[in-house]
Design a protein around this ligand. Structure first.
Ligand code: E4P
Length: 218
């Protein structure tokens, strides 16, 4: 399973990359705004900077809503770096855009997926990734992880190569449950990824080992 970090914060991206387990980065316009990255030129420069830190797929989202404008924006994004994956929203115009970009061998991530039917259409259009939003479904008392499982079954039924990129994950258990379901990729904030490292028995066991080593070396 691939691990992506879900942030536009360069320090967090560097920290995750240094752990040696990072396979890519996802961003969205909200994550960019959170880092005060505004204006098209600054946003494009920021993507290039992320690509210089992480050697893996970097999702860069289009902001246009029509097919023609999305394609124009996607081509600029794809030209920034070979690792850019163009993030396209699940709409009719988005589907057409994914189909077109796929014919040009430009990688895509179909975002804002909230139903199995949306994922199926994105896969048929040739999306490289689909991003089901787990946490946002949980937020409205729906079952986000069940959606990931449904998409897994559908993709396996037909051998779709589109990868399931479980997004909007909020905690370490979301990551573990996605691994159990067989999501191809998870994207999560740094704190959820780092929470996987911690266990109280590891901490107490290590404290004991350190204390016993020091006793023997006094
Ligand atoms: C990533 O691709 C998504 O945009 C992101 O995971 C959404 O997360 P949120 O629901 O926490 O905003």
């Amino acid at each position: 399973m691939k691990f992506f970090i879900d942030t536009a914060n360069l320090n967090e991206i560097k920290e995750a990359n240094e752990l040696g387990i990072l396979d890519g980065v996802t961003t969205n316009p909200t994550l960019m705004a959170k880092e005060n990255i505004t204006g098209n030129n600054n946003i494009l420069k920021h993507y290039v900077e992320i690509c210089s830190i992480v050697d893996g797929d970097i999702s860069a989202e289009v902001n246009a809503l029509t097919f023609e404008e999305m394609v124009a924006e996607a081509e600029i994004l794809a030209d920034l770096h070979p690792n850019i994956v163009v993030k396209v929203p699940m709409t009719s115009e988005g589907l057409k855009t994914i189909k077109y970009l796929s014919s040009k061998e430009i990688k895509t991530n179909c975002t804002l997926i909230f139903s199995p039917g949306q994922a199926l259409l994105a896969a048929k259009a040739g999306a490289t990734y689909v991003s089901p939003f787990v946490g946002r479904l949980d937020d409205i008392s729906s079952d986000g992880l069940q959606l990931v499982a449904q998409i897994r079954t559908i993709f396996d039924n037909f051998g779709f190569e589109t990868q399931i990129l479980a997004a909007s994950l909020r905690n370490p258990m979301h990551i573990i449950q996605c691994a159990e379901i067989g999501a191809d990729v998870i994207t999560a904030p740094l704190n959820a990824i780092k929470a996987l490292i911690k266990h109280p028995l590891t901490d107490s066991g290590l404290a004991q080992f350190v204390a016993d080593y020091q006793k023997g070396n006094k």
